[in-house]
Design a protein around this ligand. Structure first.
Ligand code: NAD
Length: 493
């Protein structure tokens, strides 16, 4: 049977890629190809950026905030109505469990609603000057065309961190999804069309890293917003630097989730589980380093081993399934490599540590929920982002030691604190060098709050007011209304 074939989407039209090249995309549960994706080349990318620019100049930058808000709200309604179907598609494309993909779709709609509220409230400011006969105001303006490049783990959720704010601010966009999971982004633009956005506001070019490289290197962008690995992030920052294009980089993490002896241990164990085994550990915010105070260490390890053993692996499209597959073969190989090499490093393997097989699992890329105890923070297990269901448990004795271990990493995306002691919570939250801290919860998200990291986890912020400001630039207008002649050879103050 012929696979469904997807073109690229430019200026409201579906097109064949210039080179007429396509590649298959796989369902990681069945490991069967199920659709064909276009490999867009540099000429396709140029066409897309030019179409976005033209739409920006002629239409979108002249569309009122009120009208943009209407469109964003209408799109939110359409996303909600299509959440089950879109969630199922994403599950098919990247193996993420359907209970997560459908809830991510609902959250995408929520984020569109949040930014819809901003569209007609992009206020500038009047700035009083020292001279009474001069008037000054600063307005906030869109950047023009924004390039969006996303990873495979959550194409819709990652798009949701970028697109609503970029559009609300009045920018047009060219999106390049991951070659491993492009289909939902392509289907999503049909929803954008249905909402009535002008052609050219949202464009999608698909393909592998070469397509992304062409987008970054081709110029014509007001900003690039990237989510992906640190290695590619560095390449993008360098290439964007050559064009002086600003970038937002949302990269990886090795986030510490810290359980103190005064925590509610039951909730903390549950939070640790949510931090690493939800989404099969394939999230940048995974709480992959679990720091546990020694007095409750063996109790927590026992609770986790027991719960990890009861996680339901299976068909990701079944609502009852709790953990799906790893999303693609290279990622599966990478996770298994980390597990195998960790076995000789001195950590104690407490659970999992191998491929999961058996009824309903053998054909898919399943890894058993894996727990290593007595991990030392210098081991590769604790230093490198594995991006899979592999937890490293590290003991500590004092609060100071916990903070030191937590911060002893090149990353700085998220962190978690489990404690009932309010003084300790505030102290530790202040000391952690991460962009986000969760207290007595983990992996909770909100459209209103800023998301992003420090250090090797990248820079720039998504969501919240900060996310909106990333896609706006301030323009200052200074007006002289004095009747005096000025001295032409001295700066006017
Ligand atoms: P990746 O860096 O390999 O690819 C990401 C995207 O960049 C893909 O679309 C890819 O085609 C494109 N790309 C590759 N080479 C390029 C180049 N030279 N120029 C421009 N674009 C290029 O990442 P991945 O394997 O898809 O995703 C996993 C990584 O993403 C992990 O490190 C994870 O931590 C990170 N991630 C971060 C966040 C966050 O918000 N901080 C969220 C999810 C995933």
């Amino acid at each position: 049977m012929a696979l469904e074939r997807h073109g690229i989407y430019i200026a409201g039209e579906w097109r064949e890629p210039a080179g007429k090249a396509y590649f298959p995309t796989y369902n990681p549960y069945t490991q069967q190809p199920w659709a064909e994706i276009s490999q867009a080349d540099a000429s396709d990318v140029r066409t897309a950026v030019a179409a976005a620019r033209e739409c920006f100049d002629r239409t979108w930058s002249r569309t009122s905030g009120l009208q943009r808000a209407r469109l964003l709200n209408r799109l939110a309604d359409i996303i909600e109505a299509n959440a089950p179907e879109m969630g199922a598609l994403e599950t098919r494309d990247n193996g993420k469990v359907i209970r997560e993909t459908t809830s991510q779709l609902k959250f995408l709609a929520r984020t569109f609603r949040f930014y819809a509220g901003y569209c007609d409230k992009i206020f500038g400011k009047v700035i009083p000057l020292d001279r009474p006969d001069m008037f000054d105001y600063a307005s906030l303006e869109p950047l023009g065309v924004v390039g969006i490049i996303t990873a495979w783990n959550s194409p819709m959720a990652l798009l949701g961190n970028k697109l609503p704010a970029a559009l609300a601010a009045g920018n047009c966009v060219v999106i390049k999804p991951s070659e491993h999971a492009s289909v939902t982004t392509l289907k999503f633009v049909r929803l954008v069309e249905e909402a009535g956005f002008p052609a050219g506001v949202v464009n999608v070019v698909t393909g592998d890293g070469r397509t992304g490289e062409a987008l970054v290197g081709g110029g014509g962008l007001g900003k690039i917003s990237f989510t992906g690995s640190g290695g590619v992030g560095r390449k993008i920052a360098a290439a964007a630097g050559a064009n002086l294009t600003p970038v937002i980089l949302e990269l990886g993490g090795k986030s510490p989730n810290i359980i103190f002896e005064d925590a509610d241990l039951n909730k903390a164990a549950n939070g640790a589980l949510a931090g690493i085994f939800a989404a099969t550990g394939q999230t940048c915010i995974a709480g992959s380093r679990l720091l546990v105070q020694r007095s409750v260490y063996s109790q927590i390890v026992d609770m986790l081993v027991d719960r990890a053993g009861r996680i339901r692996l299976g068909d990701p499209s079944d609502m009852a399934t709790e953990m799906g597959t790893v999303a693609n073969q290279p990622q599966f190989d990478r996770v298994m490599h980390f597990i195998e090499s960790a076995k000789g490093q001195g950590a104690r393997l407490m659970a999992g540590g191998e491929r999961a097989t058996g009824a309903g699992l053998s054909q898919g890329l399943f890894v058993k929920p894996t727990i290593f105890a007595d991990v030392h923070n210098q081991m590769a297990l604790a230093r490198e982002e594995i991006f899979g269901p592999v937890l490293s448990v590290i003991p500590f004795d004092t609060e100071e030691e916990a903070v030191r271990i937590a911060n002893d990493t090149s990353f700085g995306l998220a962190s978690g604190i489990w404690s009932q002691n309010i003084n300790r919570v505030h102290r530790v939250a202040r000391e952690l060098r991460t962009g986000m801290v969760w207290v007595n919860t983990y992996r909770a998200v909100a459209a209103q709050t800023p998301f992003g990291g420090v250090k090797d986890s990248g820079f720039g912020r998504e969501r919240g007011q900060e996310g909106m400001l990333e896609f706006l630039v301030s323009k200052n207008v200074m007006i002289n209304f004095s009747e005096d002649d000025r001295d032409p050879f001295a700066v006017q103050t």
